[in-house]
Design a protein around this ligand. Sequence first.
Ligand SMILES: *[C@@H]1O[C@H](CO)[C@@H](O)[C@H](O)[C@H]1NC(C)=O
Ligand SMILES: *[C@@H]1O[C@H](CO)[C@@H](O)[C@H](O)[C@H]1NC(C)=O
Ligand SMILES: *[C@@H]1O[C@H](CO)[C@@H](O)[C@H](O)[C@H]1NC(C)=O
Ligand SMILES: *[C@@H]1O[C@H](CO)[C@@H](O)[C@H](O)[C@H]1NC(C)=O
Ligand SMILES: *[C@@H]1O[C@H](CO)[C@@H](O)[C@H](O)[C@H]1NC(C)=O
Length: 925
Amino acid sequence: MLRLSLLSSIGLLGFLAFKLGPKHRPPTLHAPSITTITDIPSSSSPPPPFRKLTYDVFISFRGEDTRRNFTDHLYAALKRKGIHTFRDDGQLEKGKSIAPELSKAIEESRYAIVVLSRNYANSSWCLDEIANILDCLEKKKVLPVFYDVDPSDFRKQTGDHFKKAFAKHEKAFKDEPDKVQRWRSALFQVANLCGWHLKDDGYESVVIQEIVEKISSELIQTVSISEDGLVGMDSHLKEMRSYLDIECPDVRVIGIYGMGGIGKTTIAEVVFEREKAQFEGYCFLKDVREAAEKLGVVHLQMQLLSSLLKIDEDVRNTRMGKNIIKERLRNNRVLIVLDDVNTEDQLEALCDRKWFGQGSRIIITSRDEHLLRAFEVYKVNPLSDDDALQLFRMNAFKEDHELVGEESLKQSKEFLKYANGLPLAIKVLGGSVNGRSVESWSSELDRLKDNPEKKIIDVLKVSFDGLRKTEQEIFLDIACFFKGDDINRVIRVLKGRYNHCPRIDIKVLIEKSLITLLGKKLWMHDLMQTLGQEIVCQEYPEKPEECSRLWVHNDIIDVFDQSKATNAIQSIFLKGSTKDDVVHSINDSFSNMHKLRLLKISNVKFSGSIKYLSNKLQFLQWDDCPLGSFPSHFQPDNLVELHMHSSRIEQLWRGKKVWRLLRHIDMTGSQYLISTPDFTEVLSLEILVLEGCTGLVELHPSLGSLKKLVFLNMRNCKSVESIPPFTSLESLKTLNLSLCSRLKMFPKIEGHMESLLELDLEGTSFEELPPPVEHLAGLTKLNLIGCSKIVEILENLNCMESLEQLYIGGTAIRDTSFLVCMKNLKSLSCKGSRGLDISDCNQMDEDIPDDLSSLISLRKLNLSGNCFVRLPEIFFQLSKLVALYLWNCKRLELVPQKLPSNLKFLFVDGETLILDNLCMMYLTI
Ligand SMILES: *[C@@H]1O[C@H](CO)[C@@H](O)[C@H](O)[C@H]1NC(C)=O
Ligand SMILES: *[C@@H]1O[C@H](CO)[C@@H](O)[C@H](O)[C@H]1NC(C)=O
Ligand SMILES: *[C@@H]1O[C@H](CO)[C@@H](O)[C@H](O)[C@H]1NC(C)=O
Ligand SMILES: *[C@@H]1O[C@H](CO)[C@@H](O)[C@H](O)[C@H]1NC(C)=O
Ligand SMILES: *[C@@H]1O[C@H](CO)[C@@H](O)[C@H](O)[C@H]1NC(C)=O
């Protein structure tokens, strides 16, 4: 029996994240008969500048020859190594010539593997592809595999196959002789490249392994400035590689030290991306300092465990976390990056050489050299003059940076005198003159020249000073309030304040490198944040209460406790720590703050009440708010979002209120809330979260007429007994009524509701599912887990053709005939559904319903906990089935040959099975 550990993730289906552990060995192979024609030349010059590289590898192949076997195995092997690979899944093969998506994928790939098989040349499609590949990629990045064909046939283009194929093409494209000639020439060129020849007595797995190794070792070497302007990265990488010394079996901790803005994180990221494939598990913990402050080190320990082992441990304290890490990881060879560490505590909780398996590497970045004293330390030096110039020009001239004249070269060098080789400062300075003629740069330079002894923060300020007023205001809002928030939220919230759309200002800030986007989150470098905060502090250095924005905990508490509030304050961001038990009085704290726009309070305990709250509020988040209601005249016309987790609010407002811009209300865990208010005039509301409002009993009828409402979450509103009729919830996409245990009836649907995609009724007391089918026609997800009173899925639900995920565990459903027409069902979980035939412990395999065969789209099936002996023949026909869960099927005898053809993931316990076409299998004892 085999116990495999879970390591890295393979992004299949999203919910499967397992990989074969180190102890799994493939069966030994006999000596292969493979001819490696020549070696791939290993020198590599950088690809042309600014070609965007989305993929590492593009695979070109003839679908009918190798889609299901060789190409599929190759693809899976590349993926497992973390190599980002594109293969056409057959969906695009429609028209006569190559689809634009394919051309784009080729252009954005670093390598192309061409699988030349028997029928390759008679597909005009493939020929177009190969011609495109040769146009886009350098020849040495094109790797042919001759799959059961003779390379000389391709070179000479003789052979029967060829003649026939090209005769056909010449006839079909007789008006386009150039095209056919281009194909011929492409084939000829590819056939003369070095690659692999797989004959019928060769072993595919050996060739695949060679290809994967070749590519992964080359990828590790190719990092060039064309990737996101990583100027100077080559030399950093070289240094880091010698520190890492990957081959060496001991455990190493390497510190990267340097001042803020020098590029420590970027170096760590690039090294991580390049080297991670060689480890059994890897994890990059970003912003340790900030995360530890906000969430605590225990959270970081859990994050480490979950990304290395794919387990979600409930770690209660730091010591327990340390023990689990030590216990679980001591045999694993891992790569860990701890980015921006600033205290000994963090190091102690996350990193000890002795915890990790042989050959592990831990990289720590820090601004504090003392903290790294116990480790080898790579000290990051400023950019060389040449690299600095290049980086500056890339930011100052963007696309045109190759075409820069003499004058601008001189000017650029002037700027660089002030940047001290600091990449961040160089980028920001470059951004500040971007889009402007060289003649007009002098004003920026003059500002720098003022004071030649400038600190780096003053250098950065030059860029701020060059901004327009609204851009400056938004920059300060982000530095003091919104850092880390979703960009769309920020735009929505700020829209009401400025006359034009803040999206444009934010774009300018990004272009000037003052802020960045991390996915959809607005982010800024610590130094830029410090700059923004210092600018605000300068408004009134000794009197925070006179400044426009407050974010320092003690300053804010001081203002509250001593009633120092003034008219100047526009935003307050108050974040306490969970340990803090002091209760502060809130009595009339907001009285003078007539301009307050942004307010965020969490983890600080208050008591008392207020008589006034600014009507200028645009964003209000107040967790554990002690107020039972808002002041009576509170009329925030500009309020866009309202978040009141665990508040004591009993009623949001009385009567009709026109909160015109309000889009998002989140009252999660507000147990005192008794009723929902009259929403009649709240016409913009899109998101309403009432999860865990356990005291809620009364829902105002206007709830059912919120035309713009997209998301309604009432999970665990366990006192609610009925919901008013849905008269016009025409935009609603997600409805979550799970754990509303007193709810017996689905709300009456009177108007349109065609937008609904997800319906969660878990744990409700519904006896039947009455919503007429036309309202659910678009439903993709339906959760009925634990609805023990539901006996059948009614006629009217029969043809929910778009349903992709269905959960019926714990219901009393017996008849499965409704499954027949659910052609898009991808996931069916019958866990614990006593009545359903396929999971009944007393049923034999003959009784598994034939209906399953019509679930042609099913990709995941969970039959865990059943007692059948054999899987029925019918499973063969589930041609899309990729994952099959058979945990705890004690009586099951699995016959390896009898599994669906595309099955890749099989989860069983007990017997060890080795199956050819499985790319992984997970077994426990
Ligand atoms: C690969 O699959 C194709 C059809 O899917 C088949 O024609 C071919 O013989 C297979 N090759 C091998 C080596 O099994
Ligand atoms: C390609 O050639 C093979 C055999 O030479 C033939 O079976 C197949 O039908 C041809 N395909 C096309 C699209 O012409
Ligand atoms: C705050 O006001 C409440 C009455 O609203 C009062 O009971 C309480 O003593 C006040 N707290 C302070 C610290 O003044
Ligand atoms: C309902 O809420 C729960 C808890 O927040 C969540 O796990 C579940 O996915 C939600 N259901 C839907 C359909 O969004
Ligand atoms: C399948 O069902 C088993 C047993 O009911 C459960 O433990 C497991 O989490 C389920 N797996 C998935 C992926 O739904």
